[in-house]
Design a protein around this ligand. Structure first.
Ligand code: AMP
Ligand code: MN
Ligand code: MN
Ligand code: MN
Length: 286
C-alpha cells in the first residue's frame, strides 16, 4: 500500500443545497467526527454550498476541495461527472450548472402528473416540502414524500416502483453533454471524475465509449471506492482506472443519516497501486 493512498478522503456527498438532508456545516462536523481528513461537498448541478462548505471545513480543521456532481446524458443514460478543485467563481462553469438545473421544475410537474395517473395526488407540492433549493427539485425529494405519505416504506423502494425508467413517475430528461461537463470543470482548473461507473446500465461497448470519450475531452479520474460500488466493483474499476490511465477517487455519496448505507469517511482506502485524485489536486486543496 502506497502511503499516499492511506488518506481518509471523502470526495462525494450532498447537502440540503441539492438532495441531502444535512447542511454543509453539519456534514463537515460529521465528516470530522468520522475521521475524514480531506473533504468535498458535491451537490448536484450546483455550487451554491461551496462557500459555506469551505468555511465549515476550515472551522473543523478539514482539508477541503470545491466540488459538484454534474448530470450528463450519454448514450441515452444519465451519467454523473464529479468536478473537484475548480474555481467556483468561474463564469462558464456557473452558467453551465445553471442551464443544467433548468428544466427540473417542469420535469417535476410531469413526474407529479405521472404519479397522479396511478392515484398518488399532490406529489409536486409534497416533494417541494423537502426541497432546500427551489432550483433543485430532484427525484429524491419525491421519494421522501412517498415515504412520508406511507406509499412506500423506504426511498429505494420508491425508486424501484415509481421513479425509474418505465415506472409511473419517471420522466426522461436531457442533461448536459459529456463534453460540456468535462470542459466546464477543466477550464475552471478542476479535475473531472466519472462518478460511480458501476451504477450505469451500459453494455461493455458503451462503457468503453464513455471512458474513451471522457478522456478525449480532458477527464482525468474515476471513482473506484464509492458507497455505490460492491467490493467486486472496487477491483473492476481499479483495473479500468489503470487501463485508461485515470487517477482514482474515493467518496461515500452520503445523502442522509436515515437513508445512506455508507456514512461519511466509512469506506476502504484506495487500492495502493492507483494514483489518488488528490495527487492531481495538491495545489487546489484549501
Ligand atoms: P435526479 O437528479 O432528480 O434524477 O435524482 C437522482 C438522485 O436520486 C441520485 O443522485 C440519488 O440521490 C437518487 N437515487 C437514484 N437512484 C436511487 C435509488 N435506487 N435509491 C435511492 N436513491 C436513488
Ligand atoms: Mn443524489
Ligand atoms: Mn450520482
Ligand atoms: Mn451523488
Amino acid at each position: 500500500m502506497s502511503p499516499k493512498n492511506i488518506l481518509n478522503a471523502d470526495l462525494h456527498c450532498h447537502s440540503v443545497i441539492s438532495d441531502g438532508t444535512l447542511t454543509p456545516e453539519a456534514l463537515a462536523e460529521r465528516a470530522k467526527a468520522n475521521g475524514v481528513e480531506l473533504w468535498a461537498l458535491t451537490d448536484h448541478d450546483e455550487t451554491g454550498g461551496v462557500e459555506r462548505a469551505a468555511a465549515a471545513a476550515r472551522a473543523q480543521g478539514l482539508h477541503y476541495l470545491t466540488g459538484a456532481e454534474i448530470s450528463v446524458t450519454f448514450a441515452g443514460e444519465t451519467v454523473h461527472i464529479v468536478g473537484l478543485g475548480f474555481d467556483a467563481g468561474n463564469t462558464a462553469l456557473k452558467e453551465g450548472l445553471h442551464s443544467t438545473r433548468g428544466g427540473r421544475e417542469q420535469r417535476a410537474r410531469e413526474m407529479a402528473e405521472g404519479l397522479a395517473r396511478v392515484g398518488i395526488h399532490g406529489a409536486f407540492e409534497g416533494a417541494l416540502k423537502f426541497v432546500g433549493n427551489p432550483e433543485l427539485i430532484s427525484r429524491t425529494h419525491f421519494a421522501r414524500f412517498l415515504v412520508e405519505s406511507g406509499v412506500c416504506s423506504e426511498t429505494h423502494e420508491v425508486f424501484r416502483k415509481y421513479l425509474t425508467e418505465g415506472k409511473p413517475g419517471y420522466v426522461p430528461h436531457r442533461w448536459a453533454t459529456l463534453r460540456d461537463a468535462v470542459t466546464w470543470i477543466t477550464e475552471a482548473h478542476g479535475v473531472a471524475v466519472i462518478a460511480h461507473p458501476g451504477r450505469y446500465k451500459f453494455t461493455p461497448n458503451e462503457e468503453y465509449a464513455l471512458f474513451t470519450e471522457f478522456k478525449a475531452h480532458g477527464g482525468r479520474a474515476v471513482e473506484v471506492v464509492t458507497g455505490s460500488h460492491t467490493a467486486q466493483e472496487f477491483v473492476k474499476y481499479a483495473e479500468t482506472a489503470k487501463e485508461f490511465g485515470l487517477a482514482a477517487s474515493r467518496g461515500s455519496d452520503f445523502h442522509s443519516p436515515d437513508e445512506s448505507r455508507i456514512d461519511l469517511g466509512a469506506l476502504p482506502f484506495l487500492p495502493g497501486e492507483l494514483t489518488p485524485v488528490w495527487d492531481l489536486l495538491a495545489d487546489r486543496i484549501q
